[in-house]
Design a protein. Structure first.
Lengths: 80, 327
C-alpha cells in the first residue's frame, strides 16, 4: 500500500509547515479568545428584550441579541 | 465521465469567481466607506457570502475526488499562499458578527480583518491564476518549484489585476443592491474600475507576449479564441452604457460577462491541460471506477441540491437593502 513516509509532499519543508501551523494557531487563538469574551459579555448582560426574534436570520445566532441594526430587503421581511 | 467532471469543475470555478468575486470586491471597497455605508454594504452581502464560498469548497472537492493529481500538484505548489488565503477568509468571515460585538473603539480590528482579508484572498487567487498562466515548475506531473517557486512579478501583477476585477464586480453588485449615497458613489466608481480592468488586461496581454509565454501561442493555434475578447469588449460597452443610464441591474450582468469572457479565454487556452503543459485533464483524472462512483452521489445529488439552494437564497433576498432601523 502507501506508506506515510512515501505520501509526504516532497517539496514541503519544515519551514513551510511551521509557518502554516503558526498562522492557523494565531488566527484561531485570536478568534476564539474574542469569541469567548463576546459570549461572556452577552451572558453577563442577561436575556435581551427582543420581540422580533423570528425575523432574525437563523444562520447568525450571535445576531439574535440586540445591538445590531435590523437590515431588510424592500421585497421581503427584515433580516440581519 | 472525465468530460462531465471537467465541465462541472469549470462551472464551479466560474460560479465561485462570479459569486465570491463580488462579495470579496465589496470587502475591498468596504475600506473606503463610512460607518452607515459599511453597515449597508455588509447587509448587501451578508445573506449570501457564505453560500458563495461554498463553491470554493465544491471546487476543491471535485479536484480532490475527480482530479487528484491536479489537486496534489496545485496544493503542493501553492501551499503557503493558499494557507494565507484560508486565514484571510476566516478573518473576514468572523468580522460579519464580531464587528458589532466589539466595543466601538475596537471595531477597526475586525474591519481591518474584513477588508484586509478580502484583499489578501483576492490577491492570492489572482496570483495563482497568473502563476498557472506563466507556467509552474513541474516534472512528470509533480511540482518541483519549492516553497516560493510560484512567485513571479507577473503572478503578483495578476493578483493586483484581480483586485481591480473583483472591485468592479463588487461595485456593480452594490449598484444592484443599494440606494442613495452608496449607489451614487458606486456609479462614479464603476467607469474608473472598468477602465482599470481594461488597462490591466491589455498590459497583462502585452507582458505575456513579450515574455514569450508558451500559452500565448494558443492565439495563433486557436484563432476562435478571439471570440472572448470580442465578448469582453461588447460587455465593457454595455457596462458603461448601463452606468450612464443608471440601470441598477445591468452593470452586474455586464461585469459578470467580462469575467465569463476572461474565464473562457483561460479555459480554452489551457485545454487539454489542467496545469498548462504539465498535466492534462486526462492525466489528472481519477480511474473511471472512482469517477462513476462519485457521479451518483456528488454529481447527481449534491450538485443540483447546492445549485437549488443558491438560486433559492438569491430569490429570497432579492431587491434592495432597505434602510437600517436602529433599536
Amino acid at each position: 500500500m502507501l506508506r506515510t513516509a512515501d505520501a509526504v509532499t516532497p517539496t514541503l519543508d519544515v519551514q513551510a509547515v511551521t509557518i502554516s501551523l503558526t498562522a492557523f494557531a494565531v488566527v484561531y487563538l485570536v478568534i476564539f479568545s474574542f469569541g469567548t469574551l463576546y459570549v461572556y459579555r452577552l451572558l453577563k448582560g442577561g436575556p435581551a428584550q427582543s420581540e422580533n426574534k423570528l425575523a432574525i436570520n437563523p444562520k447568525r445566532p450571535l445576531a439574535i441579541t440586540s445591538g445590531i441594526p435590523a437590515l431588510g430587503t424592500a421585497h421581503e421581511g427584515s433580516w440581519t | 465521465m472525465i468530460l462531465f467532471w471537467a465541465g462541472l469543475l469549470a462551472l464551479t470555478i466560474l460560479l465561485y469567481v462570479l459569486l465570491d468575486g463580488f462579495d470579496l470586491g465589496v470587502g475591498i471597497l468596504f475600506a473606503f466607506a463610512d460607518e452607515p455605508s459599511r453597515r449597508r454594504m455588509l447587509g448587501a452581502i451578508s445573506p449570501v457570502w457564505d453560500g458563495n464560498e461554498t463553491w470554493l469548497v465544491v471546487t476543491g472537492t471535485i479536484l480532490f475526488g475527480a482530479f487528484p493529481a491536479a489537486y496534489a500538484a496545485l496544493l503542493s505548489a501553492f501551499y503557503l499562499p493558499l494557507v494565507l488565503m484560508l486565514c484571510a477568509l476566516i478573518l473576514r468571515g468572523v468580522a460579519f458578527e464580531f464587528r458589532y460585538k466589539a466595543i466601538v473603539g475596537f471595531r477597526w480590528f475586525w474591519d481591518l480583518g474584513f477588508s484586509g482579508g478580502s484583499l489578501v484572498a483576492t490577491f492570492v487567487q489572482g496570483m495563482t491564476v497568473g502563476a498557472l498562466v506563466e507556467g509552474l515548475p513541474m516534472r512528470d506531473g509533480h511540482y518541483v518549484g519549492g516553497t516560493f517557486g510560484w512567485f513571479s512579478p507577473f503572478a503578483a501583477f495578476c493578483g493586483l489585476g484581480l483586485v481591480l476585477g473583483y472591485s468592479l464586480l463588487g461595485a456593480s453588485w452594490l449598484a444592484h443592491k443599494c440606494e442613495g449615497q452608496i449607489r451614487e458613489r458606486v456609479y462614479q466608481l464603476l467607469p474608473v474600475l472598468t477602465v482599470g480592468v481594461i488597462a490591466f488586461v491589455a498590459a497583462a496581454f502585452v507582458v505575456a507576449l513579450s515574455m514569450h509565454l508558451a500559452l500565448m501561442s494558443r492565439w495563433l493555434e486557436r484563432p476562435y479564441l478571439l471570440i472572448f475578447p470580442l465578448i469582453g469588449a461588447a460587455s465593457v460597452i454595455g457596462l458603461l452604457r448601463s452606468v450612464q443610464r443608471r440601470n441598477d441591474l445591468d452593470p452586474f450582468k455586464f461585469a459578470s460577462l467580462i469575467f465569463i469572457a476572461a474565464f473562457g479565454t483561460l479555459a480554452v487556452s489551457f485545454w487539454p491541460f489542467m496545469i498548462p503543459f504539465a498535466l492534462t485533464v486526462q492525466q489528472a483524472a481519477s480511474p473511471p471506477e472512482s469517477l462513476n462512483f462519485i457521479f451518483w452521489g456528488a454529481g447527481l445529488f449534491v450538485m443540483p441540491l447546492t445549485l437549488t439552494y443558491t438560486i433559492v437564497v438569491y430569490r429570497l433576498f432579492r431587491g434592495k437593502v432597505a434602510d437600517a432601523h436602529y433599536e
